[in-house]
Design a protein around this ligand. Structure first.
Ligand code: VAH
Length: 317
């Protein structure tokens, strides 16, 4: 029985759907800080309002629900966190600490995502190792490194079964991301269909790791089900499906929409964050320890994104 925080977010909205299918509607309790009545996450299963800063409420919900697992997704992302770093530290770290405390007190299995944002400019950029220097220069990255260490600590000190992955940029058609540096790789598909053109805030030649949401959801489900004995690492597995720069996603879209055009208007804040992140991760540990294997390549993702967005945006196109 699983409690999920941050369910109205880009990952949460799709993960809850998958878990409700896999585990049964009554075995998944979706939570988020507000309750939009018309949202599918709210009206297709169990939902409760939860501010992750309220540990007592989180404990009460998990305990009454007789949870055996908590998946903590509520977090501010990299770009928005740079606009309000103190708030980001407070929400990301207090929320995480509360979720870890609830997992410890109720003996819950635990998952929370880290990110490629947990690396900094001194980290090797190509084939970034699983275990390497982590000195991120963004508040988001600092909360992610601190989170990785805290999750390891709760396992080593208290025996909590904590698990996590370092997500790359995630691309999906269901729910828009909420203020990340990789959001351009989602926006470009919407703009391609709505306007036939896109102005990229990320500069030409800027490589970042990316993954299509179906592969991200599979990774969470797979990692949570693998026997603990197989894990040498536990939090923050490097995972990625592709690494591309804006010209390459443009070319991928042009294979289906030859008339699509793209120009650049580089956003200095986003560019500085992107420049501090790796170009491509080494995902060997995830492959070896829990047979991580993404299915979507850039072109396969582009095909599916454009097809699904055409349906979603039908009355806007
Ligand atoms: C962000 N989408 O851009 C998130 C993610 C790897 C990027 O952490 O902040």
């Amino acid at each position: 029985r699983i409690v999920v925080t941050g369910c109205l977010g880009q990952i949460g909205s799709e993960l809850v759907n998958r878990l409700r299918k896999d585990k049964g509607i009554d075995n998944v309790l979706a939570t988020d800080i507000r309750k939009p009545e018309d949202h599918p996450v709210v009206n297709t299963g169990l939902f409760e309002v939860l501010d992750v800063l309220d540990e007592d409420r989180m404990f009460e919900l998990a305990s009454e629900f007789k949870a055996d697992t908590i998946i903590h997704l509520a977090s501010l992302l990299s770009s928005v966190a740079e606009d309000k770093p103190q708030v980001a530290w407070h929400i990301n770290m207090t929320g995480l600490t509360n979720a870890l405390e609830v997992a410890r007190k109720l003996d819950l299995q635990f998952f929370t995502p880290s990110s490629i944002g947990a690396f900094g400019p001194e980290t090797p950029k190509k084939d970034t190792p699983q275990d390497t220097l982590q000195r991120p220069k963004t508040m988001y990255g600092i909360t992610k490194v601190a989170g990785e260490l805290l999750c390891d600590y709760y396992h080593d000190k208290f025996g909590v079964d904590t698990r996590g992955v370092r997500f790359p940029g995630l691309i999906s058609y269901d729910t828009l991301p909420g203020g990340g540096t990789t959001d351009y790789a989602v926006e470009i598909y919407y703009e391609a269909l709505k306007k036939g053109s896109y102005v990229s805030p990320i500069g030409e030649g800027t490589y970042m790791d990316m993954m299509y949401m179906p592969d991200a959801i599979n990774a969470i489900v797979q990692l949570m089900e693998v026997p603990e004995s197989q894990l040498k690492h536990r939090n923050a597995f490097n995972i990625s499906a592709m690494s591309f720069e804006p010209e390459e996603i443009k070319a991928s879209i042009q294979k289906i929409m030859p008339e699509f055009t793209m120009t650049y208007d580089v956003n200095p804040k986003l560019q500085a964050i992107a420049d501090s992140w790796p170009d491509s991760l080494d995902c060997q540990s995830a492959r070896e320890e829990w047979t991580f294997k993404p299915e979507y390549t850039l072109d396969k993702m582009t095909e599916d994104m454009l097809e699904k967005l055409k349906i979603k945006l039908a009355n806007e196109l």
